[in-house]
Unconditional design. Structure first.
Length: 458
């Protein structure tokens, strides 16, 4: 086979490249960002080129501000917590039978991935239950002896294949793919052809939104596609007494989680460092799916004629979504009260004593985390206990953009069950944009599974 072009050097693209190279396939990666960062963003304290996000879309008020693309080799795999959870059955029911078998059948890829990573990432192991209420969070992560955090990225394992010449990496912002006979040529944002010799196959792995913009320009068609994200709401709780729900080790390691499938949500829990006055602070974060059975997704519009390559998102926050969010907000307080054995009340401004803020907050320059950080500050500054303060990360802010070029869809960006573009055979697409349904699990495990499967099948 001729070389394979991979467009995008994030989790999906690098996972494919790694496993394709292990089979002896030659892979050339086009990545818009630099390759300076070699470890997780929590591994050191410096900001490196590529750590800031780039936004290639406009949106209405219901799509959260502050989100964007990490343009760097490694992508978002260098800033996430390593959570590896399978899709729940209700979400998998929206996937083709073939993919349900690939993921969860005998020797399914979910099980294969966990076994493969477990020896290197001890946080994947542990008792299934932390206590009667909390399940262990399987995270492909570890702490170094000096407390530095690192989670799984295929980036760490590429060097042997780069040295052999099986994987090559080129800095390039790809605008479109041009097919000539049975070969593919890569066109950059300046209109320049980047490869002298054609590729036999191409794999789009440049994030859900960017994949769609490249597809739109490649087939020279305007595309309207569904798009969704997780919606996150949470509370910080301050209590004085009681046994900790877990031992705090790092802000990226959860104490446990609780499944609440009746309201399309998982609730993650972390026992955080104590407040300035010595009281306990516990974080409860609910991750909610936009259920397509009851709520229409948002709309992604890609126009191939736009010179600035900017897409547009018309976000939909339906009445059903609002009712589920209301239920989750109530469930958070109810569940936290039950877990901690206290009756909780909302924080009143009369009880705030401003002083030094608690450490370990979200990224200081990222507006997505404004309500998270302010709620944490308020709880830390409160003079009383058994109180909570809320925060939220709306659709588009949690950065799990999904379902816009799905398997078995019926529009120009849709994929076959073999992950091949129906409108451009020989071009494949990876990442959460290919999900028929997002579910409530972090998408990383399913992203890795799809990338590995394609590397074996292409």
């Amino acid at each position: 086979m001729n070389r394979v072009a991979v467009i995008g050097g994030g989790l999906a693209g690098l996972e494919f490249a790694l496993h394709a190279a292990q089979k002896g396939i030659s892979v050339h990666i086009y990545e818009a960002g630099p390759s300076f960062r070699k470890r997780h963003v929590n591994f050191d304290v410096e900001e490196i080129d590529g750590d800031k996000k780039t936004k290639y879309w406009t949106n209405n008020e219901n799509w959260g501000s502050g989100g964007g693309i990490n343009e760097r080799l490694g992508g978002r795999s260098l800033c996430y917590h390593g959570v590896m959870l399978p899709l729940e059955d209700s979400a998998l029911n929206s996937w083709p039978n073939s993919w349900r078998s690939i993921l969860t059948g005998e020797e399914g890829l979910y099980e294969v991935i966990l076994k493969d990573l477990a020896t290197r990432y001890p946080e994947l192991m542990g008792a299934k239950r932390v206590n009667n209420s909390l399940q262990h969070v399987t995270q492909a992560a570890y702490l170094t002896s000096d407390g530095k955090f690192c989670s799984y990225s295929p980036l760490y394992y590429l060097n042997p294949y780069i040295e052999k010449g099986l994987i090559t990496v080129e800095k390039c912002t790809v605008a479109k793919i041009k097919r000539k006979s049975d070969e593919f040529f890569i066109i950059d944002k300046h209109g320049k052809v980047r490869n002298k010799f054609g590729f036999g196959k191409c794999v789009l792995a440049a994030s859900a939104i960017i994949n769609n913009t490249i597809i739109s320009r490649s087939i020279e068609r305007e595309i309207y596609a569904d798009i969704t994200d997780h919606f996150c709401v949470g509370i910080f709780v301050k209590v004085k007494e009681g046994a900790p729900v877990g031992v705090f080790r790092h802000q990226m390691l959860w104490s446990g989680y609780s499944a609440h499938h009746d309201i399309d949500s998982n609730i993650f829990v972390m026992e955080r460092p104590r407040s300035n006055d010595g009281d306990r602070i516990i974080e409860f974060m609910a991750v909610m799916e936009q259920n397509p059975l009851y709520s229409s997704y948002s709309t992604l519009h890609c126009n191939p004629d736009k010179k600035d390559f900017v897409a547009n998102i018309e976000a939909n926050l339906s009445n059903y979504d609002k009712s589920i969010l209301f239920s989750i907000e109530g469930r958070l307080v109810e569940y936290a009260s039950q877990l901690l054995g206290v009756e909780l009340a909302p924080l009143s401004s009369a009880h705030i004593q401003y002083g030094n803020s608690v450490h370990l907050k979200g990224s200081a320059d990222d507006s997505r985390w404004n309500t998270y950080n302010s709620s944490l500050d308020l709880v830390n500054a409160a003079s009383n206990t058994n109180i909570f303060a809320r925060f939220s990360l709306p659709y588009g802010a949690f950065e799990h953009e999904s379902c816009c070029h799905p398997i078995s869809g019926n529009h120009p960006a849709a994929l076959t069950e073999g992950l091949e573009l129906t409108s451009l055979p020989g071009v494949y697409a990876l990442g959460p944009g290919a999900f028929p349904r997002l579910g409530i699990a972090n998408p990383a495990m399913t992203i890795c599974a799809m990338s590995r499967w394609l590397a074996e099948s292409i």
